[in-house]
Design a protein around this ligand. Structure first.
Ligand code: ARG
Length: 529
């Protein structure tokens, strides 16, 4: 049996049951790319800081390249007895290049390593999700473009409410997805900080350069103990000088700031907690000294995963609602929507069946995504500082949630590309349900009648329809006047779903001009041609 990388103080090896129970390699190997990325940056920094020779570094980099190649070629042997992805790669590197590999873990713990890997992984995963969202939005906008002028019943409480343009409805989903999009962007901004160098929890006494690794890995800045250091930086104000953010590290923010705006901005820890150089005449003071302070939060904080899974959950719930609506619309009872055979499935017993399974599964899989979030919330709620092995359990829910949400977005996009709206069935359904009633209430308001009064007049007109078994449009002027003499001939310009839709004019309403404006906004925003 191979001695563990941490085996020095042990006299016995772990039991098979414990080894099997504690391994994470079966799932955390998904982090290999980001683990290797982190190791490359770490080794390069160690060499620059004189903590290994440049020859050692070159051997390590070559070895890591080879390991990456082997993994991608399916030649790499993942070993359960090597526990996790970090130790698998480090041990394999030692097998491959010998002594230099033993220096790679200098000033590093698996605690800061795993969370660095995870942040890098999440960053890439969010980019994929953002692409998928854009794709679905564009598909929904195209679907709206194809169905110009199509009026459908609008529902509240799943009861007929008011007539709306189908485009208006589809764009509502596009808007929801836009909110999701910005939630993911925010989440990515907030997680893009580097924990590497926090080591086990306390940092290190070795002269590492954390800025260098953070920079090499494309992090906005690095994590110290907590991100918020506003007060500490505010003390800087006593310099009374122009200050520059160190452009080596925060190249994005390469500019001078006046003292007042700096003081303000430094309360925005997300953007300005990197290395800060204050220039006072010739003298340069490095303010961000607290990098050497304990790094407990960097290795134990799981907020970024929680936030990511929350964003996934909200998006999943949005997709689930769309799924529910389309499943309903594809039913015989509604018959508004016809999925093509390519996105439908049949029954093993009922020969006539054609089911909209993909959207049912979108609805169903949202449960997994929400479940993954709940798993993580419960996982974190009882943990004392700092790293606890429980945190290893964050990976499977994270991976599952991301895989599921991407699948949901992709399949919803494909489903949307393969449906048609049944104009005939929709047209037949439209006259029922007194969809134009609210428009008539507005008609009286335009004639100077108080809305409550007009609501009552129209309510009584609907009651008359119900007793006659007809629609408002089918009542004669005499019928209407028997309820209230304020009805005039021009009421027929307001009755019926087409007239009713045409009367909408408020910003964001279902009126055709308003909807056309919204549509052209999305066409240009999403670059659709
Ligand atoms: N596989 C572990 C995880 O994912 C890596 C960190 C282990 N650290 C430790 N001190 N045992 O959490």
């Amino acid at each position: 049996k191979e001695v563990k990388l941490w085996g020095g103080r042990f006299e016995e090896s772990v039991t098979e049951a414990v080894e099997k129970f504690s391994e994470s390699i079966s799932f955390d190997k998904a982090l290999y790319k980001h683990d290797i990325m982190g190791s490359r940056a770490h080794a390069t920094m160690l060499a620059k800081q004189g903590l290994m020779t440049s020859n050692d570094k070159d051997c390590i980099l070559r070895g890591l390249d080879e390991i990456e190649r082997q993994i991608e070629a399916g030649e790499f042997v993942w070993r359960t007895d090597r526990e996790d992805v970090h130790m698998n790669i480090e041990a394999a590197l030692t097998d491959l290049i010998g002594e230099p590999a033993k220096k790679l873990h200098t000033a590093r713990s698996r605690n800061d390593q795993v969370v660095t890997d995870l942040r890098l992984w999440c960053r890439d995963a969010i980019d994929k999700i953002l692409d998928c969202i854009k794709c679905l939005q564009a598909t929904l906008v195209c679907l709206a473009m194809k169905n110009e002028g199509l009026i459908v019943p609008g529902y509240t409480h799943l009861q007929r409410a008011q007539p709306i343009l189908l485009q208006h409805l589809l764009l509502a989903y596009v808007e929801q997805l836009e909110c999701d999009y910005s939630r993911f962007v925010n989440c990515k901004d907030r997680l893009n900080f580097c924990p590497l160098g926090a080591c086990a929890l306390a940092g290190t006494g070795l002269p590492i350069d954390r800025f260098m690794t953070a920079d090499a890995l494309g992090f906005t800045a690095l994590m110290r103990n907590r991100l918020v250091h506003g007060q500490q930086y505010l003390a800087v104000g006593s310099w009374q000088k122009e200050m520059a953010i160190d452009n080596h590290f925060l190249s994005l923010n390469k500019r001078s700031l006046s003292l007042s705006s700096l003081a303000f901005n430094l309360y925005d820890p997300i953007r300005y907690h990197g290395r800060l150089i204050v220039q006072e005449g010739e003298a340069t003071h490095q303010v961000a000294k607290s990098n050497e302070s304990p790094c407990i939060d960097a290795v134990s904080d799981q907020d970024f995963v929680l936030e990511f899974l929350s964003a996934n959950s909200i998006a999943a719930v949005h997709l689930s609602r769309l799924g529910e609506e389309w499943v309903l619309w594809a039913s015989e009872e509604f018959g508004f929507l016809i999925p093509s055979d390519s996105v439908s499935t049949g029954s093993s017993i009922m020969p006539q069946k054609k089911n909209p399974d993909p959207m049912e599964l979108v609805r169903g899989k949202s449960a997994r995504v929400v479940g993954d979030l709940v798993t993580l919330l419960v996982l974190c709620k009882g943990l004392p500082q700092a790293y606890n092995r429980d945190l290893q359990e964050d990976k499977e829910p994270l991976f599952d949630s991301v895989k599921t949400i991407i699948g949901m977005l992709e399949v919803t996009t494909e489903f949307a590309q393969n449906i048609t709206f049944n104009r005939e069935r929709i047209g037949r359904a439209l006259p029922a349900g007194h969809l134009d009633a609210t428009t008539i209430a507005d008609y009286f308001v335009k004639k100077g009648i108080a809305f409550r009064t007009s609501h009552d007049i129209v309510g009584r007109s609907v009651a008359l329809c119900l007793s006659k078994g007809c629609q408002l449009l089918e009542l004669t002027l005499d019928n209407l006047r028997s309820i209230n003499p304020v009805f005039e001939e021009d009421v027929y310009e307001f009755l019926g779903v087409e007239n009713s839709v045409n009367k909408f004019c408020s910003y964001g309403s279902t009126g055709s001009e308003r909807v056309a404006e919204q549509l052209s906004f999305w066409i240009s925003k999403l670059d659709i041609n």
